[in-house]
Design a protein around this ligand. Structure first.
Ligand code: MG
Length: 274
């Protein structure tokens, strides 16, 4: 294993055990141990002790931690990934998870803060959002790689600099609703600090603005896994008095290690970040 720049999230321990077809066939839904439902729905998923008993709600369309490390799925399942991302299934799954997140946050803030945005603001209720595959869609990056759905830091940095992303309208709608409701918004990305200005520009280009804080990963955190880094960031936010009602991301590592009330796991069948 080497320490290298890896996919969609900065410097992490990285190796490239492109998963086998046999393993990959088991990937979708394997996180939960159950087959995804025929109709889009968000339901409780159980990634194991790593989430410390915090409830996680997802669609079941996520890759499993088969390597205990970050990996990109490669071109073995390109046909299946294209069918999922190119059709309506992923939109329905994203909408279901976003709906569940919105309902949970509204329930919690009404019970603990009040209904008015100024009341929600005053009680320091917060939602943490990941960026890649949560607020911004980089499917077009995976498609353009050779082989497809692999990662290269040079092409990735160029992609971010060019804002090659597309939008994720279901999550943007959730985000903007929470801003209007008075939630404090923290964006937490394991992408390198060097990409901050480009990422900020890309978010604004897709209609996302008004966050309270944007945290990206500096070199001082290079040795942490994504999950460790993000849990530390959430802990720091809590120490500043924020009450993290929900963390919304596309990886278990966006909601592992505590310091949140509930996690909402969006689909990602392209890569796994440890
Ligand atoms: Mg992500």
């Amino acid at each position: 294993m080497t320490v290298a720049r890896c996919g969609y999230g900065g410097f992490v321990r990285f190796r490239r055990p492109l998963i086998t077809v046999a393993t990959a066939v088991l990937a979708v839904g394997a996180l939960t141990g159950v087959a995804p439902p025929a109709h889009a729905a968000a339901f409780p998923v159980n990634p194991g002790p790593i989430v410390e008993g915090r409830p996680i709600v997802g669609s079941g369309q996520n890759l499993p931690p088969i390597a205990q490390s970050t990996y990109n799925v490669g071109d073995h399942l390109a046909r299946e990934i294209k069918a999922y991302y190119g059709g309506r299934s992923i939109d329905r799954d994203r909408a279901a998870v976003a709906l569940a997140a919105g309902r949970w946050v509204r329930e919690w803030t009404r019970a603990n803060c009040g209904r008015a945005p100024r009341e929600v603001r005053a009680c320091r209720a917060a939602v943490v959002f990941d960026i890649d595959e949560t607020l911004l869609n980089s499917y077009s990056y995976g498609i353009a790689q050779v082989p497809q759905f692999t990662f290269d830091p040079t092409t990735w940095d160029r992609y971010v600099a060019d804002c090659g992303y597309s939008d994720i309208p279901q999550v943007r709608a959730l985000y903007n609703r929470l801003v209007r409701q008075g939630l404090r918004i923290a964006l937490v990305s394991a992408g390198p600090e060097a990409n901050r200005s480009a990422v900020t520009r890309c978010l604004r280009a897709e209609g996302i603005s008004g966050w309270d804080i944007l945290v990206m990963r500096g070199k001082e955190n290079a040795d942490l896994s994504v999950g460790e880094f993000k849990a530390e960031v959430r802990q720091g936010l809590q120490e500043k008095g924020l009450r993290i009602v929900a963390s919304v991301g596309d990886q278990v590592s966006d909601m592992a290690g505590g310091h949140l009330k509930r996690g909402f796991l969006l689909p990602n069948t392209m890569y796994y970040l440890h």
